[in-house]
Design a protein around this ligand. Structure first.
Ligand SMILES: [Zn+2]
Length: 299
């Protein structure tokens, strides 16, 4: 999403070329890219659909995060901070409509394939209650994502938002991705102590491999994703490879690409499939992603 993830300039759809995956034969396997954002220029929607198809031919499936709007009453009911401050953090109606329309247009072009799923994304600071998460689950999302902007990490609303998502996810048997800087969120342990049976992924290695390692060791039900980490991993191949190998049953593949620029997904997958040993690569791209998705991952 805009305030958290950078959008890269879009590239032509036919730059999507089968490379490492086809060389190693992995294209026959059902890989999930679990971290994609739904932003597409209206005129590029067909290109995005074409790119998705090309990548799917290599065995890759996608989970797309889409921000959802909250209701007025939910904003008013969040009393920890003044409503005026909260409004500044919420996605604009236009931004949400653009993401949803992007996803719908691409999904419709592809006749809604089962390998293209969406997670409903809520951003901390806009007081989403359990009823909104229930509503999104009824609309057919395959999971939830909670995004916590850096300057809201310590706020109680961030903890409560995650808790609401996890309560509904537990009832609906859905996975939850949380974007949070773990070193600034001591409350994450209280949350994880409460939801030891839930499937939770802390995106982007929690912005601290050191802090996240303690969490991954303590909570077997917690995962983390590789989103946007291809750059840092390139400059520290040894460190990242060791981390992923150590936690090879808890790392899931996610590129942070945008629907309008899926060559970023292709590059991400190529990099990790070439860098990791075959067993670890298979774990993060197939086995762990399927376990994390649970019933949501059945094709
Ligand atoms: Zn992202």
């Amino acid at each position: 999403m805009g305030s958290i993830c950078r959008q890269e300039p879009s590239r032509a759809a036919d730059e999507i070329a089968p490379t490492a995956l086809q060389r190693t034969g992995w294209y026959t396997i059902n890989i999930w890219d679990l971290h994609v954002h739904a932003i597409v220029e209206p005129r590029a929607r067909r290109d995005a659909a074409y790119s998705l198809l090309k990548l799917h031919e290599q065995g890759i499936n996608f989970v797309v995060y889409i921000e959802r709007l909250i209701h007025e009453h939910a904003v008013r009911a969040t009393r920890q901070v003044p409503v005026g401050d909260l409004r500044a953090y919420g996605p604009s109606e236009e931004a949400v409509a653009t993401q949803m329309a992007s996803f719908e247009a691409v999904a419709d072009t592809l006749a809604r394939p089962s390998w293209l799923r969406w997670f409903a994304q809520a951003v901390a600071g806009v007081g989403v209650h359990e009823r909104e998460f229930e509503q999104w689950a009824s609309e057919g999302c395959s999971g939830f994502k909670v995004a916590i902007p850096g300057d809201m990490t310590e706020w109680p609303v961030s903890y409560h938002l995650c808790r609401n998502a996890l309560n509904v996810a537990a009832r609906r048997d859905l996975p939850v991705t949380i974007h949070v800087e773990v070193s600034r969120a001591p409350w994450i342990r209280d949350l994880l102590d409460e939801f030891t049976q839930s499937r939770v992924s802390i995106a982007h290695f929690g912005y601290s491999r050191k802090r996240l390692a303690d969490i991954l060791l303590r909570y077997e039900n917690v995962y983390t994703d590789t989103a946007n980490l291809e750059g840092p991993a390139k400059s520290d191949v040894k460190g990242y490879t060791e981390f992923i190998t150590e936690f090879s049953s808890q790392v899931v593949l996610g590129s942070d690409a945008f629907l309008g620029n899926l060559s970023a997904s292709n590059r991400h997958i190529d990099f990790f499939s070439e860098t990791l040993d075959e067993k670890t690569w298979r774990a993060i791209s197939v086995e762990n992603t399927n376990r994390f998705l649970g019933n949501s991952g059945i094709l």
